[in-house]
Design a protein around this ligand. Structure first.
Ligand SMILES: [Zn+2]
Ligand SMILES: [Zn+2]
Length: 577
């Protein structure tokens, strides 16, 4: 648990207490500690790890009462007190507070004054413009809440890739502990690495019906929707529905192909089968009369029988992959093994939770040749952006650390803020001392598209800027992207030798798959970065690679598949131009 997350919790408690009309001094104590922590140089989790409870209680501004709560947070990641506070609010408030853009105050108002108890009733109020006449509510606020509800609904029905992946991985590993399977795999949009996932679909090759008893009683199962001999569905603690299907031996390829989808891809594939005198369904590839089954044991055999090259799951969207497979013109997609390093990470210098040396050791263990530490720049105060002087100190520290590295290099980097006018948040002389520079937009999102395009292009034209980070600013299920002219930005990036990032954080995944394909079409280079704020996030690379593959990108399109010399040569070239 990072200090930032703890600060969020403290703010929420203060807000809830205020809504309940609690004692001012009590509220102020939480806010005071939050303010103190935002400038505190150590992570409380480190303080706790090093010195236990006593050390935490010795931190200034942490009194006995709040101290206990902080320790509970550090130990369990949860806080009972906060959960109780939330639950003590009027009906509906808890749900309303999950709607992006709706604070506690609005949530309570809507619940108490307007008597809305659920999202549907809130929508009815908006529909009839019942809120716009109220104090503090204009049409703009109504529109904001309406957009928030749309995002909330999307979040309820489609989850982040890492959540879906965790659910699938847990179920499969638990089932494997108790049963023997010749094959067990997840299918559906998770296998296609789509940016969000509705349900987790798992297939297992087995005729042992007792597997369903195990599945429906797993620890992670919250409730059972339906239990059958060959198919069961449950809701899991990950907040997702998971389906398990038993597939009989010999039909594995057909089932995996069918349940991987997409629908669009499968419709096209079935048409090809019919043209060739076959019938294709989840049970196999049959002769046209449906009597004789031909090869169905593997996907490769099915695609082969239809005279198609094997189509990787990430491409199965019905967007040209079948034509390409017929012509043997599918791209040679990038794979994890191609990745030589991670170009976007944060250390404890800004808002990361681990020190540079710890991040580097983790990256090295993953087999990487380099890791760029790209902390935030000074204007980004909420994320502890670092000033010019601290940056110089950091450069020195990295140079020292690199002296002891063999076959690995920590790259001196930054994720510098692109200011509203398109200039960068550090002077060129300082950027020149760094190995690689990402420029990102973190503030002033609401600009006219033309202005935003200009802002991005001016940044791209800076000879020291190498990568544009998370280009659209979107947060999946939380914040819509801002608008700009992609074509113009692609052209500028291509012309200047600037890469565009695929941010591998499951909440960002930006550039999107569709934009990746367009960028590759323009000859623009890509950089896949995890934007890790701790070592545990370095593994998110797989989601970024998924987006790259869905965008038909090959190894040659991605700069962090290059070895160090080539990468640094590329940076130097732009600086000289
Ligand atoms: Zn960023
Ligand atoms: Zn970042």
């Amino acid at each position: 648990m990072t200090n930032n997350r703890i600060i969020e919790v403290l703010h929420e408690i203060a807000e809830l207490l205020e809504l309940k009309g609690e004692n001012k001094f009590k509220i102020r104590a939480y806010l005071k500690l939050a303010a103190f922590l935002s400038g505190y140089e150590r992570e409380l989790t480190d303080v706790y790890a090093a010195g236990g409870k006593d050390a935490v209680l010795e931190v200034p501004n942490i009194g006995e009462g709040i101290g206990k709560k902080i320790i509970e947070l550090l130990q369990t990641g949860k806080l009972k007190y906060l959960e109780e506070l939330r639950a003590s609010l009027p009906e509906g408030v808890e749900t309303f507070m999950k709607i992006p853009g709706m604070g506690p105050r609005t949530a309570v108002f809507v619940s108490q004054q307007m008597h809305a108890k659920n999202v549907e009733e809130l929508e009815a109020l908006l529909e009839n413009h019942k809120l716009s006449g109220m104090k503090g509510f204009g049409e703009k606020t109504e529109e904001k809440i309406r957009r928030g509800i749309a995002l909330y609904r999307r979040g309820e029905s489609r989850k982040y890739l890492n959540v879906a992946f965790a659910a699938a991985a847990e179920i499969i590993s638990e089932l494997k502990k108790r049963h023997k399977f010749t094959r067990i795999e997840y299918a559906g949009s998770l296998r296609r690495l789509k940016e969000t996932v509705g349900d987790v679909d798992i297939l297992a090759e087995s005729d042992d019906k007792s597997v369903m008893d195990t599945f429906t009683t797993l620890d992670c199962v919250k409730d059972v929707i339906v239990k059958g001999d060959t198919k069961s569905s449950v809701n899991t603690v990950h907040g997702m529905q998971a389906d398990l299907r038993l597939v009989e031996p010999g039909a594995w390829g057909a089932a995996l192909q069918y349940f991987t989808g997409s629908k669009e891809h499968n419709v096209l594939l079935r048409e090809i089968a019919v043209k060739k005198g076959y019938k294709l369904n989840e049970y196999g590839l049959f002769t046209a009369d449906g009597k004789k089954k031909t090869e169905s044991a593997s996907e490769e055999e099915i695609y082969g029988k239809l005279s198609l090259d094997y189509i990787p799951p990430e491409l199965r969207e019905g967007s040209g992959e079948i034509e390409a497979a017929l012509k043997h013109a599918l791209p040679d997609l990038i794979v994890q093994e191609d990745i030589k390093g991670d170009l976007h990470s944060h250390s404890s210098y800004s808002d990361g939770s681990d020190e540079i040396s710890v991040m580097a050791a983790s990256a090295k263990k993953m087999g990487y040749k380099y890791l760029a530490i790209t902390d935030h720049s000074k204007s980004l105060k909420v994320a502890h952006g670092i000033d010019d002087k601290t940056m110089l100190k950091k450069i020195k520290e990295i140079d020292e650390l690199n002296k002891n590295q063999k076959g690995f290099m920590i790259l001196k980097g930054t994720e510098v803020d692109i200011l509203p006018d398109g200039s960068l948040d550090y002077p060129d002389e300082l950027l020149a001392k760094l190995d690689i520079v990402i420029g990102s937009i973190h503030m002033n999102f609401s600009m006219e598209p033309a202005e935003m395009t200009e802002r991005l292009i001016r940044a791209i034209n800076n000879p020291y800027l190498n990568i544009i980070g998370h280009i659209s600013g979107r947060l999946i299920n939380h914040r819509e992207p801002y608008e700009f002219d992609y074509e113009e930005v692609f052209k500028a990036a291509k012309k200047t030798g600037t890469a565009l990032e695929i941010n591998a954080n499951p909440e960002r995944l930006d550039l999107t798959d569709v934009k990746v394909k367009a960028a590759v079409g323009h000859g623009v280079k890509l950089a896949i970065g995890t934007d890790s704020h701790g070592t545990e996030q370095l593994g998110h690379m797989m989601y970024g690679i998924g987006v790259a593959r869905r965008g038909w990108a090959t190894k040659n399109d991605v700069i962090n598949t290059w070895d160090l010399d080539k990468l640094l040569g590329w940076v130097a070239k732009k600086r000289k131009a």
